[in-house]
Design a protein around this ligand. Structure first.
Ligand SMILES: C=C(OP(=O)(O)O)C(=O)O
Ligand SMILES: [Mg+2]
Length: 565
């Protein structure tokens, strides 16, 4: 354990950077354990009779749910959604029934809660994808229930009065939702990947964040640390004066970023289109508050996650028109992705049930093979909405693996007078991008899935975050091959995965010949400001440097050396 009095010279711990920025403050450890003595006392005196035990459970569950709801009311956006979802889970009737079943089977109350939660955890894990991500929420609720039953404060983040860097094994969504960024100036976890809840909330709040940091739990509470959320580094007991200087420089950069208004170009005037990733009409409208030049990825399936049956063509056309309207007014184009159902995005009316390995199964464009209506209805609806709003709509297919698939898709899109593209998520398409470009008008690289399939590592598995890192040189080589094919064919090749939102990586991607970058709207200013600080030649040098690196850490350092100095 590295204590405040430890004399080792500033050890540097590395992880996956998720939110850029520099923070310098003492460590605050998040308490995730409920006091074992209190739990033992409760176990000894717990109500034995079923109805009394269930009443105690109801009171605890209501208190936990109310706590979540109260916090949800004090925050906005993703944080409020996360807390409201947790409140719903704490009040869940199914969970209560499972507790009752366990009590009837003779379990004591704590044992019943534990067994009931275990049942749901197993169920969620079996369903995989987004459901599996909710396991952290369930475990968090379990701990809070136990604390309430034992009559001790719920575990979690107790807010201090002065700035801290929060350090934990992993953070429950309810721990991160609603954090005050003026107090919690940095977030570091031992587990978790770039798409974990911690990362999503940290991004929304703009708190510098590094995840997947091995050894961070050896740093004791109160130890002074410096978090560099751009480099993915935690320095333990840094030189205080140097650390403060880095925090000041970072603050200047952040101010510059906030003031950046676009359109994006390198310092010597090479234009790059920065586009928004959106999910529905609300996020489409919200994105126009940022300096974007259109939409590079409209994830249509996210509007249908709760639908038991396929929406009609007319319903879809109405939805798409609502998404298009603000962009039609601005004269910007919108890239619509056809239904990417399956694996991490299960859609009741489309997904194939019971696949052994859904990530490699019938998902995305493959669903149209035995259900062609899914695609034709959607294309009809997009064409109708494009015509009614006057927007320039491009349409691309997810999970394309062959030139033939791309060609058949493009024929259908072209027949409706729209531009056709393919996502590059499967390495096979990157390797043969020049052939696929013979039949489509554009390509868009989904680095999230391209990384998953290149590295053979589940993008949701926090244990594999070091592999599912878009800075992996193998992934970057596939991006470079695709970009070069686009340049050769004179057709646009964009990036719409998380890689596009990383300011330094974005510069390297531009240096490879990528023509547009599509990202969460909140990331646009940081990428635009970074591009404005470098020349096109520096971007090319950064591309060469990262392609020559042996691993993600070396790639990041090489890009930084060229782009930041
Ligand atoms: C943009 C992508 O698509 P999604 O994250 O929706 O799978 C991707 O795979 O990079
Ligand atoms: Mg994808």
């Amino acid at each position: 354990m590295l204590t405040a009095a430890d004399s080792i010279d500033a050890p540097v711990l590395r992880g996956t950077p998720v939110v850029p920025g520099v923070a310098h403050a003492p460590v605050l450890r998040v308490a995730t354990e409920v006091d074992p003595a209190a739990v033992a006392r409760f176990r000894a005196a717990a109500p034995a009779e079923e109805e009394a035990a269930l009443a105690a459970y109801d009171a605890a569950a209501a208190a936990v749910a109310d706590g979540f709801s109260e916090r949800a009311a004090r925050v906005e956006g993703a944080a409020a959604q996360v807390l409201t979802a947790s409140a719903g889970l704490a009040r869940d009737r199914g969970l209560r029934s499972a507790v009752r079943k366990q009590l009837r089977a003779g379990a004591d109350l704590l044992g019943a809660v534990e067994a009931a939660v275990d049942t749901f955890v197993a169920l969620f894990e079996q369903q995989g994808g987004l459901m599996a991500e909710r396991v952290t929420d369930l475990r968090d609720i379990e701990r809070r229930l136990v604390a309430r039953l034992a009559g001790v404060p719920e575990p979690g983040v107790a807010m201090p009065g002065s700035p801290v860097v929060l350090v934990a094994a992993d953070l429950a969504p309810s721990d991160t939702a609603g954090l005050d960024p003026t107090v919690v100036v940095g977030l570091v976890t031992e587990r978790g990947g770039a798409t974990s809840h911690t990362a999503i909330i940290a991004r929304q709040l703009g708190i510098p964040c590094v995840v997947g940091v091995a050894g961070v739990l050896d740093v004791a509470a109160g130890v002074d640390v410096l978090v560099d959320g751009t480099a993915g580094v935690l320095e333990v007991r840094p030189d205080p004066a140097a650390a403060e200087r880095r925090v000041r420089d970072d603050a200047e950069l952040r101010a510059e970023t906030a003031a950046w208004t676009g359109p994006a170009a390198t310092s010597d005037g090479v234009r790059v289109k920065l586009l928004a990733n959106i999910a529905d009409p609300a996020s489409a409208r919200a994105a126009t508050d940022e300096p974007v030049e259109g939409v590079g990825l409209f994830r249509t399936e996210l509007s249908f996650l709760d639908r038991p049956t396929e929406p009609t063509t007319a319903e879809q056309a109405e939805l798409y028109a609502a998404v298009f309207a603000p962009y039609a007014e601005a004269g910007h184009h919108v890239v619509v992705r056809t239904l990417d159902a399956g694996s991490d995005k299960p859609i009741a009316f489309a997904t194939h049930e019971g696949e052994e390995n859904p990530a490699l199964g019938v998902r995305g464009l493959r669903l149209a093979a035995d259900n062609p209506g899914l695609l034709t209805h959607q294309l009809d609806a997009v064409a109708e909405a494009a015509a009614s709003t006057g927007v320039e709509a491009w349409v691309m297919a997810p999970m394309v693996a062959t030139r033939d698939e791309a060609e058949a898709f493009a024929e259908q899109v072209h027949a409706r007078g729209l531009k056709a593209g393919a996502m590059v998520e499967v390495p096979a398409v990157a390797v043969l991008a020049h052939r696929v470009l013979e039949v489509v008008d554009f390509l868009s690289i989904g680095t999230n899935d391209l990384t998953q399939y290149t590295m053979a590592a589940d993008r949701l598995a926090s244990d594999l975050a070091h592999l599912t890192d878009p800075w992996q040189p193998a992934v970057l080589h596939l991006v470079a091959i695709t970009a070069a094919a686009g340049q050769q064919a004179g057709k646009p090749v964009g990036v719409c995965g998380e890689a596009a939102a990383d300011p330094l990586l974005a510069c390297a991607l531009v240096g490879m010949g990528i023509t547009s970058l599509s990202m969460a709207p909140s990331a646009v200013r940081a990428v635009g400001a970074q591009l404005s600080r470098v020349t096109a030649e520096q971007c090319r040098e950064a591309a060469d440097a990262v392609l020559g690196a042996v691993d993600p850490t070396a790639a990041r350092a090489a890009a930084r050396a060229v782009l930041v100095g």
